[in-house]
Structure formats: structure tokens, C-alpha cells
Design a protein around this ligand. Structure first.
Ligand SMILES: [Zn+2]
Length: 196
């Protein structure tokens, strides 16, 4: 029962991290969303299909090597020098939607940033403003498009509240023809700790 408080057994909305009835902590909503039986079965099926396909194509040794390497991957946040200086001066990391809300960031006039608010809210309904994005990396280097400096996030500090998409969320929505308000096919967002 994903949306039942483990303390008082009352039902809780998916987007909250504190039970509105007794105040107990609930698992983070993005993580809770990956824990349903449907999501877990779909994810396992995708994983099996990938290996079967790799074996048929003769890539099994490389695929197994990659699978092992991903166990040591780290989440990396890429930022600009200006943002790095702000962090060192004590500023917190602020999510894209909160930056736009506060007018501290002007969204780019491109189709990606125009689509982001609707897509983020569909993936993380009523808590999208809490979501920061990083990239999983094998070598500690992030996605340079977002800045030349790579911050490696300590796994112990993020593993209880992290989930994973296997591609850019805008491209993900386009590829699966997901309508706004729907989160798309199961088994694609997964808990980051699943890689353990
Ligand atoms: Zn409760």
C-alpha cells in the first residue's frame, strides 16, 4: 500500500512527505511512484528484454560489463561557474520551476523549456517544484550542456529521495506520445537505488 501511512494506516496523498493525519514521514513521492507492483514488473521485463536482445546481437559480454560498471555510477550535477560561485557563497540549489516562478531565471524561448512545466508536473504531480535533475555518470563528468563544472552528489545524501528516467523527460514524452497529465508507460521511471 504505497499511499498508506505506515504509522497511523490512514491514506495519504501521493505528493506529501509528511502524513497529514499524524505527521509521520512518508517515503518521497517520486520514489513511492516507482514502487508499485506494475512499475516493478514492467521495469524487470524491460531489463530482461534488453539482455535477451543484447545476447541475440552478440553483445552479451559488453552488456554485462556495462551492467557491472553502472553499479559504481554517480549522480552528477553540471553547473556554470556563476552558479558554482553562488553555491560556494551559501546559496542553495534551486529547481528550474522555482527559478522561473521567482523571476530569477528567464526561460529560453525554445520548445524544450516551453514544454518543461507541463511535463514536469505530469511526471511529479503537485511536487514538481521540489525536483532537481542530475545525470548518472560512470566517470564523474556530467552533461556539459548545462555547464562545464561537475558536482558529484554523495549517494548517501540522495538515495532516499532519488528516482531515475532513462532519457531527457521532454524527449521521453515525445517518444512515447504521452499526453500532459499522464505519467507515461510503467517501468521507465525507476528508483535510483534500484541499481544496487
Ligand atoms: Zn499517519
Amino acid at each position: 500500500m504505497l499511499d498508506v501511512c505506515e504509522s497511523c494506516r490512514e491514506s495519504v496523498p501521493r505528493h506529501v512527505v509528511l502524513c497529514p493525519h499524524c505527521g509521520a514521514s512518508c517515503p518521497y513521492p517520486n520514489v513511492r511512484s516507482t514502487m508499485s507492483v506494475e512499475e516493478q514488473h514492467a521495469l524487470s521485463a524491460r531489463y530482461e528484454r534488453a539482455f535477451q536482445s543484447g545476447e541475440l546481437a552478440g553483445y552479451a559480454p559488453k552488456l554485462h560489463k556495462f551492467d557491472v560498471a553502472t553499479q559504481a555510477s554517480v549522480a552528477v550535477l553540471s553547473i556554470t561557474l556563476e552558479k558554482l560561485q553562488n553555491l560556494l557563497a551559501g546559496q542553495a540549489i534551486i529547481t528550474f520551476l522555482r527559478q522561473v516562478d521567482s523571476a530569477s531565471r528567464l526561460p529560453k524561448a525554445d520548445e524544450f523549456e516551453a514544454a518543461r512545466p507541463g511535463i514536469e508536473e505530469s511526471l511529479f504531480p503537485h511536487y514538481a517544484r521540489e525536483i532537481n535533475y542530475a545525470a548518472l555518470s560512470l566517470d564523474g563528468v556530467g552533461v556539459r550542456h548545462y555547464g562545464p563544472y561537475s558536482l558529484v552528489l554523495k549517494t548517501a545524501m540522495i538515495e532516499l529521495r532519488s528516482s531515475m528516467l532513462d532519457e531527457n523527460s521532454v524527449l521521453f514524452f515525445r517518444r512515447h506520445h504521452v499526453a500532459a497529465g499522464s505519467s507515461g508507460p510503467p517501468g521507465l521511471p525507476e528508483r535510483l537505488a534500484k541499481q544496487e
